[in-house]
Design a protein around this ligand. Sequence first.
Ligand code: KG4
Ligand code: ZN
Length: 361
Amino acid sequence: MTRILAIESSCDETAAAVIEDETRVLSSVVASQFSVHGKFGGVVPELASREHLRAVVPVVREALELAGLRFGDLDAVAATSGPGLAGSLLVGLTYAKAIAFATGMPLIAVNHIEGHIHAVILEACQRGNPVVFPALALIVSGGHTHLFEARAEGSYRLLGKTRDDAAGEAFDKAAKLLGFGYPGGPVIDRIAPYGDPRAVRFTIAHMKGNKLDFSFSGLKTAVVRWVESHDMAEEIEIRKRLLREKPAPSLKEWLEVTPQRTRDLVASFQYTIVEELLRHAAGAVERVDDVRSLIISGGVACNSGLRAAATQASVGLPVFFPTAALSTDNAVMIAAAAFPKFRRGEFAPFTAAAEPNLALA
Ligand code: KG4
Ligand code: ZN
């Protein structure tokens, strides 16, 4: 029996989880910092590291308690070593090193993006319907928009990535601009079904060079222009006031302060991003020989518009999404990605550094 404790602290979630024998999740704890960063409309790196420092020890303790285990019952400790915010990564990685040092357990350094991929591999195994390789992996989150070819588990080739904003960042920036607060993806997702996705025609310029690269900054500028030309200051102020009075408004409350034309804008914005993501996935399907599945993971994989549009019928491949709980940052995915490394004896030295720009391929 092998048990791995994993710690994730790359952005604004402090998380810990214990997995036994590759797929049995014994515990998963996620402490989110939404309430700290919400009022700033985005993650403030200094505040994030401070919150991780506050949370990491209790979160790990809770993960062990829920699993009914002590450090001595574990075989390895894993932590995200990058990519992410330097100060945030450092907290989780350093605590993992301290645990490894104190207990004599091996330390495993995990790439956060590989974690998002393993969230999907893990859940597909649990369902008895494993991901078949070669696969494409589209990782869409607040920090990343990457498209990989995975020939086999652990073997990646980068096909394309964003040249500017990540898909989740585009959701967050548009939501902030429109007065919907942070994080923006979930609110936009809830409002989009109440608007007409074809009401506002956004065009995304096709990339020069690598056609599988993404760019979302032009879309953000288009939303800014639309807002400026539609005299929206008052309704945006009303939404900001609602958020000040109530940190998590209900859908009904959001709809009351969102006129039809804004619902249409939101729906069109989401539709454009989903189309763009799927256009790239389709381009990759053409480019990669004998590809058998498409993995979509990361926070934006929660998006119901994306989930509805990315089907075997539309993509031509079985599509694998994580459940909502494993779409956004968590430590189960880090533990899952650590297992193959444990099997290969791929351990990290105590000198292992936090690498904010760590690449997967
Ligand atoms: O994976 P994640 O938790 O953190 C990063 O690694 O970045 O992703 C967070 C991102 C945020 O930008 C958030 O707005 C977006 O995922 N997100 C969504 C949805 N839920 C979260 N975007 C679109 N629709 C959603 N339902
Ligand atoms: Zn992430």
